[in-house]
Design a protein around this ligand. Structure first.
Ligand code: PYC
Length: 331
């Protein structure tokens, strides 16, 4: 069999959501910054993104990470989504940290904690890998600042009328109470959540484009449906992020959890330094804590704790004559 392309990856999942870290096969990228190299990849090698993330090698929910050098941090990386490039991705940062540990690139298994900085298009973040008995037990990352841009925006779409808070957490979110939208935060409710979330996202973005959402100039990336619960152990935010009509975050979502923290603090529902748990529909938690940022009252510094597990090491090939070299996605 003649092979036209080889790409190697290490795959993991973070609370159910996949991350595919590219370990070989990407040509050298041009540019002085991580952002510039991400832009070069987008301009010249976007077909590698769809080759790796779309069917038949991937699927709509797959997220990729391309590592590159950084002059500002220990490592540089940018995130590939199945539909677009992400400025930041929390679950993939946790997946990347576990992958780097698996590759022996950060500290030794005897160290209780290894730390590194990571430059991503959204900024420089700090990552700590915590080990117990030689294995990774948790990953913490300090995300870019998160803030609420606009509260209580009335949106009518998909058969519901709801209020959305527009919040930055490394990506842009519309935060909507799940019950108000008739969305059930459970695996059985996903199809309905996808349809409702996609309709709300489209309408909110049309409102933003028309200048109807004060203080918001950029389109939102996702709708985050949430439901607050109180348990003996503290506040739990059960949540589901709808990215596209056929794509939701299986994890509690790192940037979504950051946005949710900013909303809860802005609404006075939690305090700074008060950890909460963000929980996905599979009942796996992240721990999320808002810390103060010196000199700023409009934003918080999110600290997110989660864990990823390696699922495989792959060498993907493009065979001569493959009729679908760039992959495909069906909506
Ligand atoms: O964890 O931040 C995240 C994320 C964004 C999109 C998918 N996961």
């Amino acid at each position: 069999m003649a092979i036209r392309r080889w790409i190697s990856t290490i795959d993991s999942h973070t609370a159910g959501h996949p991350t595919r870290v590219v370990t070989g096969g990407v040509p050298p990228l041009r540019g002085d910054t991580v952002e510039a190299r991400a832009e070069d990849f987008r301009a010249r090698f976007d077909a590698l993104r769809t080759f790796l993330l779309h069917e038949p090698r991937g699927h709509a929910a797959m997220v990729g990470v391309v590592m590159t050098e950084s002059t500002r941090a220990d490592f540089g990386a940018f995130f590939l989504g199945s539909y677009k490039y992400l400025e930041m991705c929390g679950h993939a940062t946790i997946g990347l940290a576990v992958t780097l540990d698996h590759m022996g690139l950060i500290g030794t298994s005897q160290e209780p904690t290894s730390s590194f900085t990571l430059e991503v298009p959204a900024g420089v973040i700090t990552v700590h890998v915590h080990r117990r008995d030689g294995a990774v037990a948790a990953v913490t990352f300090k995300n870019v600042p998160a803030y609420v841009a606009c509260r209580d925006v009335g949106v009518t779409a998909g058969g519901v009328s709801v209020l959305a808070d527009v919040v930055w957490g490394g990506n842009w979110y519309g935060l909507v109470e799940a019950r108000a939208a008739g969305v059930e935060l459970a695996p059985a409710g996903v199809s309905h959540a996808l349809a409702t979330g996609a309709a709300l996202k489209a309408e909110l973005n049309a409102m933003i484009a028309a200048g109807a959402v004060a203080g918001v100039a950029r389109p939102i990336d996702s709708i985050l449906f949430y439901e607050a619960q109180s348990e003996a152990a503290g506040v739990v935010s059960r949540q589901l992020v709808v990215l596209e009509s056929n794509k939701f975050d299986r994890s509690p979502c790192g940037t979504g959890s950051s946005a949710r923290l900013a909303q809860l603090v802005a609404r006075g529902e939690i305090g700074l330094d008060q950890p909460i748990r963000t929980r996905n529909i599979l009942d796996v938690d992240f721990t999320a804590t808002a810390r103060a940022i010196a000199g700023r009252t409009d934003a918080i510094e999110p600290h997110i704790v989660g864990l990823a597990h390696i699922t495989g090491e792959h060498r993907f090939v493009l065979a001569q004559g493959d009729p679908l070299p760039d992959g495909f996605l069906c909506r």
